[in-house]
Design a protein around this ligand. Structure first.
Ligand code: GLC
Length: 419
């Protein structure tokens, strides 16, 4: 095993809290939903059983209605805001009240396919399948009430791309007044210039307080939210997970789950066509409140390649990425857009997790060269700058938190692909 793999494993072990892994010490001291599922893919390279545990812990905190929350607050920690008292969701182990990209179905299939201990893996996956299926059902019930085939996010944090340029217009509808005074913690751990702005934070919190006022009742939240956006990246992850869950369920003899999830995936892929922009060579977000596409060339529309979209669309996305004017791809926003910011979180920097999912999708579409280019540029970033949270796509400068869990997990996956 090479030095890079050893370094990655050290980080995963250092951030391991026994049954879950924190994204990084200080900045993010709890369990995050999509971080954990992607982290398990790294853990499988050195401790398969521990990888299953990571996802089991997350799903043990699923809500009765099927939602899997974006944060599980396993133990108190003052280092993060907003903590459990602000969310006040009333869960036995406190959690936030919103969700995150549904990558669990994909992660389960990948873990299962590569598992060395087949018998143990079959047992563990069989128990997890119905839980992920319930989460997918929850999505289409509560976040697609009109049956459009695509789900909306109701808070930017749900997308996992907290301050993307995609949200600027729809987010402007969210008030900034009337929220309780608060102190941010993130800016004490990372450079404020590389984080969301104060105004964005006010709006994040306004939404949290609004949803809390509605008792976190998911039958009400979608229609009551002034922010309802259909994100192609978010939907692509859900669609891919539904397709993967369908394949897994078929193999395990859970045929109802297989049929239901294949139908979600088919409907989703067809509906994604409405988000395609030929002018931009990528998909766009759709503002469900205003009833219009959002003209913003973010990585959300490239991440769509993770879903089984038509091959011609995937090929066009590969061209769009190749044409990006940055040394280290994939930039989280088109570098030639005047709104692009090379160092500010999801408004420009490159993130390894998204690289990984795009690369996987392109490889599946038969675009091996494009996928390899992403693997290469991702490992270049690590070799030059270490295991950061995100990177300046022009200079490769490491940004945000350090010794970052999912970055390390993705490195193990990229190295396995390169081998
Ligand atoms: C930030 C990221 C989000 C991630 C979380 C923990 O909020 O935007 O995607 O899940 O940090 O790493």
């Amino acid at each position: 095993m090479n030095a890079l793999a050893h370094a990655a494993i050290d980080i995963l072990k250092e951030n391991d809290r026994g049954t879950y892994t924190v994204p990084t010490k200080g900045l993010y001291p709890f369990q995050w939903n999509w971080d954990s599922c992607l982290t398990a893919l790294g853990q499988r390279h050195f401790d398969e059983s521990r990888a299953w545990t990571e996802i089991e812990t997350l799903l043990a905190n699923q809500w009765p209605d099927g939602m899997v929350p974006h944060i599980v607050f396993h133990q108190p920690d003052d280092g993060y805001f907003p903590g459990p008292d602000i969310w006040a969701t009333g869960r036995p182990v406190p959690t936030s009240g919103i969700t995150q990209p549904a990558v669990a179905g994909f992660a389960l299939r990948r873990l299962f396919e590569h598992a060395k201990d087949r018998a143990a893996a079959a047992k563990r996956v069989a128990a997890l399948l119905p839980k992920v299926a319930a989460w997918h059902r929850w999505f289409y019930d509560t976040r697609d009430p009109a049956g459009e085939g695509l789900v909306a996010i109701i808070h930017p944090w749900e997308s996992g791309r907290d301050n993307s340029i995609d949200w600027d217009r729809p987010f402007a509808r969210v008030p900034t007044e009337g929220i309780a005074p608060y102190t941010r913690r993130d800016t004490q751990h990372a450079d404020p210039e590389h984080r969301p702005t104060k105004e964005q934070y006010d709006r994040y919190l306004w939404l949290v307080e609004h949803f809390r006022g509605l008792g976190w009742d998911n039958r009400k939240l979608h229609d009551a939210s002034p922010f309802r956006v259909v994100d192609p990246g978010f939907n692509a992850i859900l669609i891919r997970s539904a397709a993967d869950l369908a394949a897994l369920a078929q193999e395990m003899g859970q045929f109802d789950i297989a049929g239901e999830n294949q139908a979600f995936a088919n409907r989703g892929v067809a509906a994604m066509e409405r988000l395609w922009s030929d002018a931009h060579g990528q998909y766009l977000c759709y503002d469900r409140v205003a009833g219009e596409l959002i003209d913003s060339r973010s990585i959300g529309g490239l991440l769509a390649a993770f879903a089984p979209i038509p091959t011609a669309r995937a090929a066009r996305i590969a061209d769009t990425i190749a044409a990006q004017a940055s040394r280290f791809g994939v930039a989280s926003h088109a570098p030639d857009d005047p709104r692009f910011q090379a160092k500010r979180y999801w408004r420009g920097p490159a993130w390894l997790v998204v690289n990984y999912m795009i690369g996987d999708g392109l490889a599946r579409a038969g675009l091996a060269d494009a996928a390899e280019a992403i693997t290469r540029t991702s490992l270049d970033l690590i070799r030059i700058s270490g295991f950061a949270e995100y990177y300046d796509p022009h200079t490769g400068e490491p940004l945000g938190g350090g010794r970052f869990t999912w970055t390390a997990a993705m490195v193990l996956e990229f190295l396995a692909m390169e081998a």
